[in-house]
Structures are given as structure tokens and as C-alpha cells.
Design a protein around this ligand. Structure first.
Ligand SMILES: [Zn+2]
Length: 190
């Protein structure tokens, strides 16, 4: 979050991006967080958190849709090397979420493998359907990352780590215009 404040304020430090850091990391890595975010070109986690080499595991998918390979990739750090934080990062005006929202509302499948993204986003659509206020696709984007973080926090492999207090799973939302990341749920008590 300190890095995101620097991104918002345009006071970037570009930490850990030099040859010394690169060479040091050949011996191994110990990232402090795993970020699951969207493929959107406007939301690269390493930039919006002002991080460098060896700091984040990053997994990205359209609309932050999840499936076994993606979930396994997010779990890799926490399960094998004690990565203490997972951030599920949604964002404003997500094209994948908007396309899935329209397809679900109109009952029309998306072409090819895009349909798998739509299916993965269906629970968030169901959750937000019928909400009267606000933009339905934005509500769906927020609901989706909250539900995804909740599911990770409660799953068989990660729940014990959360119960021990060695892992936190947080959902968050990125605003395109300001660059600000807002925590939605799961932040550990200070
Ligand atoms: Zn997106």
C-alpha cells in the first residue's frame, strides 16, 4: 500500500530493479505477496504497487476469473514458501466483467474460450443481480473479487494458514483515473 501511495502521488522509487538485486535473487526468492489481478493493460501490479524483482508473485486472468490452474498458481507461494499475503485485485471499467455482464443478462454465450471467463464470473453476476443502485458491472467487479478472496480464505489448503495468522487474503479495487487501490475486505487487524 505504501507503493500504491507512491504511484498515486507520482513519487515512484522503482525499488529493487538493479543488477545487484537481480543477481542476489538467482539464489532464490521470497516474495511478500501474491497478487491475482486482471489482464488489463492499465493495471500492472508491479507498477501500481511500485515494486521490483522478487517482491510479488503475479497471476493475471481476464476479469480476475479463476479456475484450478489459476487458483493453484495463487496458492503456490503461501503453500510452499510462506508468502503471507494474497491480494485479489479488481478494477474499474473492466472490459471482461462488462462483456460477461452483458452476455449473462442477454443469455448469449461469448465466443470460443471467452465463454469460460463468463462462466467463472457467473456467481458474481448472480450475487449482484437486482441491485437497484449504481453501475451493475462495477458492482459485479467488486462482488467478484470479494467472493474470490472469501473462497481462497476458506478453502481447504489456505484456511489453516489463515487460522494460524500466517496468511491474509485481501480483496481490493483499483481506480483507473486516480491509480488508487482500495481494500475491500480481508485486511488483518492492525
Ligand atoms: Zn479487467
Amino acid at each position: 500500500m505504501d507503493g500504491n501511495r507512491r504511484w498515486v502521488a507520482n513519487t515512484l522509487q522503482h525499488p529493487d530493479r538493479d543488477p545487484t538485486r537481480r543477481e542476489m535473487l538467482t539464489a532464490g526468492q521470497q516474495p511478500y505477496a501474491a497478487v491475482l489481478s486482471c489482464i488489463d493493460s492499465r493495471v500492472p501490479p508491479e507498477l501500481v504497487f511500485d515494486t521490483g524483482l522478487g517482491e510479488l508473485f503475479v497471476m493475471r486472468s481476464g476479469g480476475v476469473a479463476v479456475g484450478p490452474v489459476i487458483t493453484g498458481s495463487v496458492e503456490y507461494g503461501p503453500m510452499t514458501s510462506g508468502t503471507p499475503l494474497i491480494v485479489v485485485l479488481g478494477h474499474q471499467r473492466c472490459g471482461a466483467i462488462s462483456a460477461a455482464y452483458r452476455a449473462l443478462r442477454e443469455g448469449k454465450p461469448l465466443p470460443g474460450n471467452l465463454q469460460a471467463i463468463m462462466k467463472a464470473l457467473h456467481p458474481a453476476y448472480e450475487r449482484t443481480m437486482g441491485q437497484s443502485s449504481g453501475d451493475p458491472a462495477e458492482a459485479m467487479a467488486r462482488a467478484h473479487v470479494k467472493m474470490t478472496a472469501n473462497a481462497l480464505r476458506g478453502n481447504r489448503d489456505l484456511a489453516p494458514l489463515v487460522a494460524q495468522g500466517t496468511l491474509a487474503v485481501v480483496s481490493a479495487y483499483y481506480s483507473l483515473g486516480t491509480g488508487r487501490v482500495e481494500i475491500l475486505n480481508g485486511a488483518p487487524a492492525a
